[in-house]
Design a binder for this molecule. Structure first.
Ligand code: ATP
Ligand code: MG
Length: 757
């Protein structure tokens, strides 16, 4: 079988080990995903029915790419493999089995916005302080409980959880959890966590269903296993219990979702659960140059908690890793965009050879601006999804209501959009009446004479309209149904009448959605093509799942979290600053800091040929300009692999008030390792300091806690001066100092190197 030739001996051994439990925990770029792909092909080539294979991937995009690859290797049969994210795969399973756990099979999937909206309504009804009970906090807490398979009943009985809530003043959490679950249930809706929670419940309470899927999925594979949570772990364990043909691959050094409940323990449990486990080691990195692999290794070595691994590359040594300093976030964008422009033209690359990775979504702004200025095409991954836009959600809410009229969030969204005279008070009355009679709002609406004292005149017409959509959907194609709903609900007309640029844009988006549905109606690889099927996992789709521009030649922008598993020839990791990366929130505990370091490891290991890192010395955060110091992660890299590029000069007009005090690279102590710096470093470092004052013989940076106005000081680079004013609170005290040689400067004391004379 010639495809086996594309694997090294250890990879091949793992691919050929098709029976029994298999685990591969190996470093980035070592071919773990490739092993899964080839293993599936090998299973099919060995006669395994694709219907019996389940593959769980980290994104739907990854699943799609894998499927294409497998089809390439073994042909069209690969269509029948169950392959996708945990959420999409088990949503599909629940569509078939939901009635067994008391849900309609056409249940709605509530996305995060829907969940928050439900919670907001509950907090309001319960008259709770929304500062104390912040919606995000409440949702996270409920989510964490569900992912640990704690039901609301168990939550209310759990002494520890109760004690935590009471001590933080949030004693009503248990009650909120209960109400939230009941609201979702009444609406025939599952939120994201329910898709896993309810699957567990189903497999636990229905041995026949469990049995059925244990025999269906004779072969299971899980990519990115290090990021599974308890709920996912248990599903996999249960499904694999009969045949034990389970293969998991992952890298503990890339575990980056602990904050969402991912549990690295699952790797250790795996060894306990399957004593017959066969473990394969992959050590060769096929993705990156030696320099990149060495840098990644040197970074991760700083983590105490990790399984020791050898990772090496036999590719070329490659360029050194470039470190670029900018004076502001905007300038950082500019340096990166110019760098891309130049690399592309000198090396004859394409835009899609480049990726810009950042810690937080907010950082995309300065990057986007700079790219736009230079006319560089780009695509943001994982940003606001197409499906999250208001107009799209509005129309989809009509679709949702058509298939599940009990869906309260959809109902609230469109009952008076476009305006038809059913105001907020009427909506409140409907809901109150539903609560009172223990029925759903839809039942109130369809029997308004019975349940409402004063029903708005438009209500019966609204109900009739939705019912007419329901009738139509039974016989028409997805596209015909969708178009009819868009027209008859008034959504299209409303957007058409808005002649503003935004209005036009929204109208075009609706057209795009309808085009997407049309394409879906015409697909040949699926049999069920009703709108209902299209709708099934629309809540799980992200921007990246739209096929349309998948081959477009654009620079990719994304957070490091969403770059997991991907690779690009040329990678820029930006914003390497303390309090940003590592993030401020991570500085309280070693385990959080180690997670940030793993995130940095993930970022670095996305690069194939060239890696550039950058930081800004000042940045706008929440509307204020703050000074930033370079990330400790930069200090952790062995200097021999670095090339420093400090050529950027502060642009006039955008430099900030404070001076850049913390030029890590100009400090003799900034490299923790006493390795000699490469020649280029020394040249550049010296040139930065060339203009600086030469400190006097007894210059020694002093403790500035007692610095006072009037004191005389010497500064490492600015020379002698006098403190003329001080402002701010510890640790962010700023001193304005008048220097004899260069005049007045404002310095942030925590970074300033001052000798009190
Ligand atoms: P990550 O941890 O980042 O998810 P991974 O271990 O899944 O990485 P892959 O993405 O499977 O690694 O492989 C990295 C790159 O190396 C891919 O481009 C893959 O095609 C290539 N590769 C892996 N093994 C081989 C091999 N034996 N021969 C040639 N190329 C290989
Ligand atoms: Mg992978």
């Amino acid at each position: 079988m010639d495809y086996l030739a594309g694997l090294n001996s250890e990879q091949r051994a793992a691919v050929q080990q098709i029976h029994g439990p298999v685990m591969i925990i190996a470093g980035a770029g070592s071919g773990k995903t490739r092993v899964i792909t080839f293993r599936v092909a090998h299973l099919i080539a060995s006669g395994v029915d694709p219907f019996n294979i389940l593959v769980l991937t980290f994104t739907n995009k990854a699943a799609r790419e894998m499927r294409e690859r497998i089809m390439h290797l073994v042909g069209a049969e690969a269509k029948n493999i169950w392959m996708g994210t945990f959420h999409s795969v088990f949503a599909k399973l629940l569509r078939v089995e939901a009635d067994k756990i008391g849900y309609p099979n056409n249940f709605t999937i509530y996305d995060t916005d829907d969940s928050k909206s439900v919670l907001r309504a509950i907090l309001k009804e319960m008259n709770l302080d929304d500062k104390l009970y912040q919606v995000n906090f409440v949702l996270n807490r409920i989510s964490a409980a569900k992912n640990n398979l704690i039901s609301w009943q168990a939550y209310q009985q759990n002494e520890q959880l109760q004690a935590d809530d009471f001590s933080s003043g949030r004693g009503m959490m248990g009650k909120i959890f209960e109400t939230y679950v009941q609201r979702c249930y009444r609406a025939g809706a599952m939120d994201f966590d329910d898709l896993l929670f309810k699957t567990n419940e189903l497999l636990r309470d229905h041995p026949d269903v469990l049995n059925k899927y244990q025999h269906k999925f004779k072969y299971l594979m899980v990519d990115e296993y290090q990021d599974t949570n308890f709920s996912q772990y248990l599903i996999v364990k249960k499904l694999a219990a009969v045949n034990e043909n389970i293969c998991v691959v992952g890298d503990d050094a890339q575990s980056i979702y602990a904050f969402r409940g991912a549990n690295i323990q699952n790797i250790l449990n795996f060894e306990k659960d399957y004593p017959d486990l066969k473990v394969f080691k992959l050590e060769q990195n096929y993705r990156s140059t030696q320099n990149i692999v060495n840098v990644a290794n040197s970074i991760i070595a700083n983590n105490k908690e990790q399984l020791k691994k050898n990772v090496f590359s036999e590719k070329e040594t490659g360029d050194r890793i470039k470190v670029m300093r900018a004076f502001s976030d905007n300038e950082e964008g500019k340096i990166v965009a110019e760098g891309i422009m130049q690399e592309r033209s000198t090396k004859g690359l394409k835009w899609n050879n480049f990726a810009i990775l950042y810690r937080t979504n907010a950082q995309s702004r300065s990057m986007e601006e700079a790219l736009r200025k230079l006319g560089i095409p780009y695509k943001i991954y994982g940003g606001l999804s197409f499906y999250q836009r208001k107009e799209i959600k509005d129309l989809i809410a009509y679709f949702r209501l058509t298939f599940n009229p009990n869906d309260e969030e959809a109902l609230k969204r469109v009952i008076n959009y476009p305006k038809r005279g059913i105001g907020d008070t009427s909506v409140d009355n409907i809901i109150v009446s539903a609560d009172k009679h223990g029925i759903t709002p839809w039942e109130v609406i369809t029997n308004s004479a019975q349940y409402l004292q004063r029903a708005p005149a438009a209500l019966p017409a609204f109900a009739t309209m939705i019912q007419s959509f329901q009738v139509l959907a039974k016989t028409q194609s997805a596209y015909e149904t969708a178009l009819y709903i868009a027209q008859h609900s008034g959504v299209l007309k409303d957007l058409y009448e808005d002649k503003s640029v935004e209005g036009l844009n929204r109208y075009e988006n609706i057209q795009e959605l309808l085009n997407g549905i049309k394409e879906f109606s015409e697909r040949e690889d699926i049999e069920e093509k009703g709108l209902e099927v299209f709708m099934q996992d629309v809540a799980l789709l992200t921007n990246d799942d739209k096929d349309k521009d998948k081959d477009a030649d654009t620079v990719s922008l994304m957070t490091i979290h969403s770059s997991k598993g991907l690779e690009f020839p040329n990678v820029y990791v930006v914003g390497l600053e303390e309090n940003l990366f590592p993030s401020q929130m991570s500085l309280n505990s070693r385990s959080d800091l180690e997670e940030e370091r793993r995130l940095f490891y993930v970022a670095i290991t996305r690069a194939e040929h060239k890696l550039s890192l950058s930081y800004a010395t000042s940045r706008f955060k929440f509307g204020t300009l703050i000074n930033c110091e370079p990330s400790r992660f930069l200090d952790e890299i062995d200097a021999q692999y670095l090339e420093l590029d400090f050529t950027a000069k502060p642009a006039t007009g955008n430099s900030n008030n404070y001076d850049d005090e913390r030029v890590a690279w100009s400090r003799s102590d900034s490299f923790s390792k006493p390795k000699p710096k490469p020649a280029s470093t020394q040249v550049k470092t010296t040139s930065i300091l060339a203009k600086a004052h030469v400190p006097s013989a007894n210059f020694k940076p002093s403790d500035t806690t007692n610095l006072q106005v009037g004191m005389e000081v010497e500064h490492e680079r600015f020379g002698f001066g006098k403190v003329i004013s001080m402002e701010g609170n510890k640790p962010d005290i700023k001193a304005t100092i008048f220097f004899k040689e260069i005049g007045q400067k404002q310095l942030l004391l925590k970074f300033a190197k001052l000798h009190i004379v």
